[in-house]
Design a protein around this ligand. Structure first.
Ligand SMILES: CC(C)(COP(=O)(O)OP(=O)(O)OC[C@H]1O[C@@H](n2cnc3c(N)ncnc32)[C@H](O)[C@@H]1OP(=O)(O)O)[C@@H](O)C(=O)NCCC(=O)NCCS
Length: 144
């Protein structure tokens, strides 16, 4: 049986292992233990894991800036895909945003991740062609 529950820092090592082994997911300094702890504290109860008797099989991280929601690192292990697990994880995130009065959510997808692009489009997410994202990196933080 698959149990969807809130992610805690106790899940950090297992979630990092999931992300490290999944093509299409990129890990940065922002995924350090310290940054993840800060993220989970700032966005309490908004990130989720999918758990089986054998350990975690999926995860998603979600946060907000007070106005908009942001989704990151959705993944489900290959042998558990196409069972609706990702959809359930995403719905839990959107529900937690909605509970705060936040009705819009953004996410980034690496341009070469065609499967993820198909997934989000199929789920009704809109590919923004009207916006370019600009990022500024302070020198010395190239892997931020
Ligand atoms: C994308 C991913 C999270 C989907 O996980 P999943 O648990 O298989 O998804 P679900 O079973 O919840 O699928 C929900 C719906 O999406 C569809 N879907 C799932 N994967 C799809 C894909 N690759 N392409 C198109 N549709 C897809 C399912 O058919 C289902 O459709 P329905 O709602 O009409 O029944 C999973 O393939 C994955 O972990 N990929 C690698 C990591 C990744 O790229 N993550 C996204 C980063 S932005």
């Amino acid at each position: 049986m698959i149990n969807i529950r809130v992610m805690t820092m106790d899940d950090y090592d297992a979630v990092l292992a999931l992300m490290s082994n999944t093509p299409g997911i990129s890990l940065r300094d922002a995924d350090s233990r310290e940054s993840t702890a800060r993220y989970l504290e700032r966005n309490a109860g908004m990130s989720f894991v999918a758990e089986t008797d054998d350990g975690l099989c999926g995860c998603v991280m979600c946060g907000h800036d007070g106005r908009r929601g942001y989704l990151q690192h959705l993944l489900v292990l290959p042998e558990y895909r196409r069972q609706g697990i990702a959809n359930t994880l995403v719905q839990r995130c959107l529900g937690s945003l909605e509970a705060l009065g936040i009705g819009k959510c953004h996410l980034d997808v690496i341009k070469t991740n065609d499967a993820a692009a198909r997934y989000w489009i199929n789920q009704g997410w809109q590919l923004r062609r009207d916006i370019d994202r600009y990022s500024f990196t302070r020198p010395g933080n190239e892997n931020a």
